[in-house]
Design a protein around this ligand. Structure first.
Ligand code: ADP
Ligand code: MG
Ligand code: MG
Length: 198
C-alpha cells in the first residue's frame, strides 16, 4: 500500500511556512497582534532541532517531534497546534483511516481547549472540513494520495471562508470589523500542512 513519508511531509510543510511567514504575519498584523509568523518560525526551529535527534521517519516519532516543538512555543497557536499534532502521533503508519482518525481527534482537542466553532474565524475553520474530507475518504476506502488532496482542498476552502468573517475567538475578535477581509493565518497554515502531503 502506498504511504506518505512523515518526515518528508513535515519538511515540506516547514519549507512552505518559512517561505510564507511574512504573509502569515501580515494577516495577524491586520487582525491580531502581528506575531504569528514569528511564533510559527520559532516553533518550527524547535521542530527541526527535535527532528535532528530522531532517527526514525515513522509518523509517531516524527509527529512527536512536531508536537513537542509547538507545545513549547508561545502565542495561542503554539499549544493548540501542539495538541493537534499530538493526535498524529498515535498511528504507527499513515493510512487514510489513520489520518482520518488523527484529524478527527485533533479537531476534538483543539475545540475542547479553544472553544471555537466553525465560523469563529480560527484554525478550526480549516481543521473541521479537512477532518470531514478525510473521514469521507476513509469511508470510501480511498487511496491516501486522493484523501490528502481532498483534505487540502477542503482546508483551503475553509481557510478562504474566514476572509469575510468577523472573529469570535482570539485576538482577531478584539479588532471587530477590521478583521473582515483578512484570512485567518491559523486556518491557512492548516491548509498548507495538508498541501505539503500532496
Ligand atoms: P496570539 O493571538 O496569542 O498572538 P498567534 O498569533 O500565535 O496567537 O495565533 C493566532 C491564531 O490562533 C489565529 O490565527 C487562530 O487561527 C488561532 N486561534 C486563536 N484563538 C483560537 C481559539 N480559541 N481556538 C482555535 N484557534 C484559535
Ligand atoms: Mg498573534
Ligand atoms: Mg501574540
Amino acid at each position: 500500500m502506498e504511504t506518505i513519508n512523515a518526515r518528508s511531509w513535515v519538511e515540506r510543510f516547514i519549507k512552505t511556512v518559512v517561505d510564507q511567514a511574512g504573509e502569515l504575519t501580515e494577516l495577524d498584523r491586520r487582525a491580531g497582534d502581528g506575531d504569528y509568523g514569528t511564533n510559527l518560525r520559532s516553533a518550527l526551529r524547535r521542530v527541526e532541532a527535535n527532528l535532528a535527534g530522531v532517527a526514525s521517519d515513522a509518523p509517531d516519532a516524527v509527529f512527536t517531534a512536531v508536537s513537542d516543538g509547538f507545545l513549547n512555543t508561545g502565542g495561542t497557536s503554539g499549544p493548540l497546534f501542539g495538541m493537534w499534532f499530538r493526535e498524529f502521533t498515535r498511528s504507527p503508519e499513515l493510512t487514510t483511516a489513520a489520518l482520518a482518525e488523527a484529524a478527527a481527534g485533533g479537531v476534538a482537542v483543539v475545540q475542547r481547549l479553544g472553544k471555537a466553532e466553525v465560523g469563529h474565524k480560527t484554525m478550526v475553520d480549516a481543521m473541521v472540513p479537512a477532518a470531514e474530507a478525510l473521514t469521507a475518504a476513509a469511508g470510501r476506502d480511498e487511496p491516501l494520495a486522493e484523501a490528502v488532496r481532498a483534505a487540502a482542498s477542503a482546508a483551503h476552502t475553509g481557510a478562504a471562508s474566514t476572509e469575510s468573517l468577523l472573529a469570535k475567538r482570539g485576538r482577531a475578535s478584539y479588532v471587530g470589523e477590521n478583521a473582515r477581509g483578512v484570512v485567518d493565518p491559523g486556518a491557512l497554515t492548516v491548509a498548507l500542512f495538508f498541501d505539503a502531503a500532496s
